[in-house]
Design a protein around this ligand. Structure first.
Ligand code: MN
Length: 353
């Protein structure tokens, strides 16, 4: 991947990759500190004493890994060694304060943060390699195993917080490097908030319980959502669940390389609108997943992005009825020519526990 970036750069340009996400993407190494320089002439990774030993072993396809001692001097030295007169920064990931500081450090160079570097990296990241796909699948299998285990703990009287904590524990115990994001477990009236917080609310018979969670492997995220029922389901709940499931299945059927992402959103949205719940589906249908939990491509009403073979996206329509209940069902799909591969194995038929 460093090679692909190097090829993209013009003579005299060096990209300085500082964000955790992009550094992890190019080096395969996760650390809170690090500076990756890439030019046509080569690549150098600088990190401090906390990470240097691991970095020397784990940083992939980089010509040199060096210990950070005098950072500002080293950055300038490396830039010169790589034949740069222009430094490209990650515009989307650089604060204004850091931009000012880089302009001072590189006072003898041109410093550019136009967003073109970010666009190029985001495009690269949207198409997953076999290794990236395997990391995401591995993370997803851990999440599914944890979901299976958590079902045995869900019963009246348990709190949302307790189930969220236990789900996190299962994912970490079963091999996740980290959890993907703050796990969502919302139940009953609380489930009408798409991204509600797990609370001390206790589960009751008749609750819908929505769980949205994922695991990380080597910096790669998984993402899944299931809604289950406790004890009893009203006809209204059943209708809403069926509508979300049919929207989700139909949207999945449209996923295919070459399709405009908004088309997948439209298919899900129309089914939900026709059932009379158009006002109750406020968010987009899905998003790319990878080094970040939300990345390209965006699967929403206004997305003009074309799905490409190798994208990994979620399809996650929902219906949320304020003060009553909500339902969301989310799978991860690997986009292929002619269709997609569903990376999520957990069942979707309404489960009544
Ligand atoms: Mn998601």
């Amino acid at each position: 991947m460093i090679q692909k970036l190097a090829k993209q750069l013009n003579c005299g340009e060096a990209a300085l990759i500082v964000s955790l996400e992009n550094r992890t993407y190019f080096t395969g190494f996760e650390s809170s500190n690090g500076y990756l320089f890439v030019s046509q002439k080569g690549s150098v990774f600088i990190t401090d004493s906390r990470y240097i030993e691991s970095a020397k072993n784990q940083v992939k396809s980089c010509d040199d890994v060096i210990l950070q001692t005098q950072l500002k001097t080293q950055l300038v030295e490396v830039a010169k060694k790589l034949g740069a007169n222009k430094i490209l920064l990650e515009a989307q990931k650089t604060t204004i304060a850091n931009y000012d500081s880089y302009k001072k450090i590189f006072s003898d160079f041109e410093v550019s943060a136009t967003g073109e570097l970010d666009d190029f990296i985001n495009e690269l990241r949207a198409i997953k390699s076999q290794e990236e796909k395997e990391n995401i699948i591995k993370a997803q299998r851990i999440a599914e195993k944890s979901f299976d285990l958590i079902l045995g703990y869900i019963r009246p009287g348990k709190t949302e917080r307790e189930i969220a904590c236990r789900l996190d524990y299962f994912m970490l115990k079963n091999g996740a490097d980290a959890i993907s994001f703050k796990t969502i477990v919302v139940s009953g009236k609380n489930s009408s908030k798409p991204h509600g917080e797990p609370s001390e609310k206790r589960f009751e018979i008749g609750d819908f319980i929505t769980m949205d969670f994922g695991a990380c492997i080597k910096g790669y995220h998984s993402d899944m959502t299931r809604t289950v029922a406790l004890g009893d389901v009203s006809s209204r709940q059943a209708k809403v669940y069926d509508t979300v499931l049919s929207a989700q299945l139909s949207a999945i059927d449209t996923v295919c390389a070459g399709v405009v992402a908004s088309e997948c959103d439209l298919v899900a949205r129309q089914i939900i609108e026709h059932a009379g719940y158009g006002e109750n589906f406020g968010h987009g249908t899905g998003h790319g997943v990878g080094i970040e939990i939300h990345e390209k491509p965006t699967v929403s009403k206004n997305s003009t992005e074309i799905l490409q073979a190798g994208n990994i996206i979620t399809i996650e329509p929902g219906i949320y009825i304020e003060n009553s209940f909500g339902v969301r069902i989310e799978d991860m799909l690997f986009v292929k020519h002619g269709g997609s591969e569903n990376l999520t194995n957990a069942p979707k038929a309404l489960m009544v526990l």
